[in-house]
Design a protein around this ligand. Structure first.
Ligand code: ADP
Length: 639
């Protein structure tokens, strides 16, 4: 093999220049990244060792990671007994970016000023070495017999060199030639403490000099009662690559009928890729502490994809492919039990009394010492993952509907200061005696929902309405038939039979008997019908979804996803007989002045469309408005 110089791919260069120029204060995370890579490499070689007995030997009988420091030379070397890399792999892995997370990072870092904030959120892997090193040397040898050692070197500026290496044993060693401003990292004590902080629970021994720096425990195998919150949180951070403590954990140790351990976490913040199509889902799957799958998708339902952690089971068959593992009866059973436990813990978390905020002592340094972040509440969990729980209700109602219903939270008319959320139980509890059903409205936003004329009658009666503004809600409410014997109904659908007020009988109202059929004739095909309304107090008219048809909001969602909705569903125009405009129009009609009333009636429909934000032919509407203005101007001018 001859030595060669290669150019980095463009996105690597972009990332490198961010690393090199980063003013990120937590530069120590480079160590966590390199150690995670080393541990992954050790996991991988243990896995292929199950079936391949011809592997290149390790340098020691106790595989692990060794961190060495040369303070004089200003270098740190991280040496592992992992799977190593062939020349081709070196070029592929260390010259390009394979990982979608890193790409996502680059997409988000629009300018370098954002970088420090964002660096911590993403696992940045190997390239983070350049936050502290001016030059990085990699010596590696693949565990597959017959591949020669390879040496990779780069100063992180555009190119890297690949040449023959000298390593005899399998694995990889990475030498960081520290930058002047990072020389303080060449200190065994400091490195050990960084390891304890960020990498304590990597399940391989990491030694600094002679001493093992991490606990190396497979924490999930420990009896749950012996695992402290600090330990579990530190473990979470290494598994989930998150810098925030999780909202809560679920630790299970089950021995029969299936034997497994699980240590799972609900994060306190949304993983950045939660709604990316290529999100890597599922916990890490181990079989007797051997990592089988970094993301075992079938271990949890798709809607629990925000749950992170580890599952380890001796009963999982290893003689089937990874894809098939998901379908085995054992995994199906574990999945069911895990789901049940997670939902139970969510329910406990939801019902937990709120904690007193901790007293924060004033610090001498003033503003520099930040107060500890407040502990996440169920509202935080709901705001981050509620959409997925609704997705779960919609997809898995038969199995999990009963467990999910009490976990659901809603915005509501009664809470329209925008703060609190309501559970269905709370809604039902607060229902006045004369209210029989649970009412909801779906809309694009909270603001749009609150502006809807559909809410007028409900406001007047003091009946609460759930405000549903997530895209998934349209599907979700279709599945939500009832709660505690109450029917769930849309405020915008069908004929409303809200009892009329006593005085309404004799109040002066327009006589609609002849008027509405005439309006129907004028509007023709654009509506399914016209009728008098008992929904409205202030507005003159509103469009109502047909009992069976597609809702206006669903139509909006489908259109914005460019789906063909076949012209949409036709809806009923309801007019308010008590409104002065309707009264005037009805008397115009009665007096035979239909020529004047007609353009106004057309405009009435336009107005209803405008109010709900679904106008489609704005030009035609503009012309109708002009006709109307002309009429008004003429009449004002007296001609
Ligand atoms: P990530 O680890 O997130 O995939 P990195 O940039 O950290 O991204 O590493 C890229 C790839 O380089 C890894 O996926 C792995 O294949 C390889 N690699 C990195 N470090 C090692 C190592 N110590 N031993 C073997 N392979 C490694």
């Amino acid at each position: 093999m001859t030595a060669q110089t290669h150019g980095f791919k463009a996105e690597v260069q972009q990332l490198l220049s961010l690393m090199i120029h980063s003013v990120y204060s937590d530069r120590e995370v480079f160590l966590r990244e390199l150690l995670s890579n080393a541990a992954d490499a050790l996991d991988k070689v243990r896995f292929i060792g199950l079936t391949d007995s011809e592997l290149v030997s390790a340098s020691t009988d106790e595989p692990g990671v060794r961190v060495a420091v040369d303070a004089e030379a200003g270098t740190i070397t991280i040496d592992d007994d992992g799977i190593g890399m062939t020349e081709e792999e070196v070029v592929g892995n260390l010259g390009t970016i394979a990982k979608s997370g890193t790409r996502a990072f680059l997409e988000q870092v629009k300018d370098a000023a954002d970088a420090p904030k964002l660096i911590g959120q993403f696992g940045l892997g190997f390239y983070s070495a350049f936050m502290v090193a001016e030059r990085v040397t990699v010596e590696t040898r693949s565990a597959h017999s017959g591949s020669p050692a390879v040496r990779w070197e780069s100063a992180g500026e555009g190119t890297y060199d690949v040449a023959e290496g000298e390593r005899e044993h399998r694995g990889t060693s990475i030498t960081l030639h520290l930058r002047e401003d990072s020389k303080d990292f060449a200190d065994a004590e400091k490195l050990s403490s960084i390891i304890r902080k960020h990498s304590n629970f990597l399940p391989w021994p990491i030694t600094v000099g002679e001493e093992q720096a991490n606990s190396g425990k497979a924490l999930w195998m420990e009896p749950p009662a012996t695992v402290s919150e600090e330990e579990a949180n530190a473990f979470y951070k290494t598994v989930a690559v998150d810098w925030k403590d999780p909202a809560f954990k679920v630790h299970m140790s089950v021995d029969s009928p299936i034997q497994y351990r699980a240590l799972l976490f609900v994060p306190a913040q949304r993983p950045y890729d939660l709604f990316y199509p290529d999100m890597k889902k599922g916990p890490r799957l181990y079989v007797r502490r051997v990592l089988i799958d970094e993301h075992a998708e079938g271990m949890l339902p798709d809607w629990l994809r925000f749950v992170r952690g580890v599952v380890d089971s001796e009963d999982i068959p290893l003689n089937v492919s990874r894809e098939m593992i998901q379908k085995t009866a054992v995994v199906q059973k574990i999945r069911k039990q895990l789901t049940k436990r997670i939902l139970k813990q969510l329910s406990r978390f939801a019902n937990r009394p709120p904690e007193e905020p901790e007293e924060i002592e004033a610090s001498e340094e003033g503003d520099e010492a930040l107060p500890p972040a407040p502990k996440p509440t169920y509202t935080d969990v709901w705001n981050n993952f509620g959409v997925l729980l609704k997705e779960g209700y919609y997809h898995d109602k038969a199995d999990w509907g009963d467990a999910l219903l009490p976990l659901l939270r809603f915005n509501a008319l009664s809470h329209d200061d925008g703060t609190g959320l309501l559970s269905l139980a709370e809604y039902v509890e607060a229902m006045p005696e004369d209210q029989e059903d649970i009412w909801f409205i779906t809309a694009e936003s909270r603001q749009a929902a609150l502006a809807s004329p559909h809410l007028e009658a409900f406001r007047k009666r003091g009946w609460d309405v759930l405000l549903l503004t997530d895209t998934v809600d349209e599907w979700f409410v279709q599945g939500l038939e009832g709660f505690e014997g109450k029917t769930v109904k849309s405020v915008a659908r069908g004929e409303l039979s809200l009892d009329e007020d006593e005085e309404a009988e004799d109040a002066d109202k327009a006589d609609l008997e002849a008027f509405t059929p005439w309006v129907e004739g004028v509007l023709g095909d654009s509506v399914a019908g016209v009728r008098g309304s008992s929904r409205l107090t202030d507005s003159a008219c509103v469009l109502v979804d047909d009992e069976q048809g597609m809702s206006a909001n669903m139509e909006r969602i489908l259109r914005s996803a460019n789906q063909d909705v076949y012209g949409g569903a036709k809806r009923v125009l309801e007019v308010n007989p008590k409104h002065p405009l309707i009264k005037s129009l009805a008397s115009l009609h009665e007096a035979g002045q239909t020529e004047v009333a007609e353009p106004m009636v057309r405009m009435l429909l336009d107005d209803a469309l405008l109010l709900e934000g679904t106008v489609r032919d704005a030009q035609a509407m503009g012309r109708r408005l002009q006709d109307l203005l002309l009429l008004a101007a003429k009449s004002a001018a007296g001609n």
